[in-house]
Write a new protein. Structure first.
Length: 189
């Protein structure tokens, strides 16, 4: 029994001594951005071009090629075709978890990236006519995929530009849109 414990302790010490620091294995980053949301399909028939804000955080592997990212989005669209003094808008809050592929050399000043993943989106429509208001909301599963460009500006900062296709799986179909975002990102280089 004592030999087993000594062998186990020696193995643990070897593994600990050969392990690289976590900072050398992966690099984290954070960022925020803003942009426009282009409705597609039946959503385009109901909503006008909208705006959005985005916050994100992620991690990039040591070689800078593979990574993961989560982001949160808040956006808003005016609703089309309302008459008789009725106004309305929809607000969307979404969260995505994506796999990110960034080809090229990590020392490059400009690097493209591709992302795809899943998420959840909540749509809340609000209508008002004079002093009367009404609203309704629903939260649904979504998937997304897109591409972007990181432009390394200085130190650990970069400007990013991205577009992606988002499909929220609604009852009887899907709500599709393309968010175009420009933002700042710190870290991960």
């Amino acid at each position: 029994m004592r030999r087993k414990l000594v062998g186990l302790a020696a193995t643990a010490l070897l593994i600990a001594a050969s392990a690289q620091p976590a900072a050398a294995q992966a690099r984290g980053y954070i960022g925020f951005g803003a942009g426009v949301t282009l409705p597609l399909g039946s959503f385009k028939d109901e909503a006008k071009l909208g705006w959005l804000g985005q916050v994100l955080g992620g991690v990039t592997a040591k070689d800078g090629m593979w990574g993961g990212r989560i982001d949160g989005t808040y956006g808003r669209h005016s609703i089309k075709g309302l008459t008789g003094g009725v106004t309305g808008h929809d607000a969307l809050i979404g969260f995505n978890a994506d796999v990110v592929l960034t080809p090229g050399k990590s020392a490059s000043k400009t690097r493209p990236y591709f992302l795809a993943g899943v998420g959840m989106y909540n749509f809340k429509a609000t209508f008002s006519s004079g002093t009367t208001t009404g609203s309704g909301s629903s939260t649904k599963f979504a998937f997304n995929g897109g591409a972007g460009l990181n432009i390394h500006t200085s130190g650990q900062m970069a400007v990013y530009v991205e577009g992606r296709f988002v499909s929220v799986q609604t009852t009887g179909g899907s709500t599709n849109f393309i968010p175009f975002t420009v933002g700042l990102r710190w870290g991960g280089f």
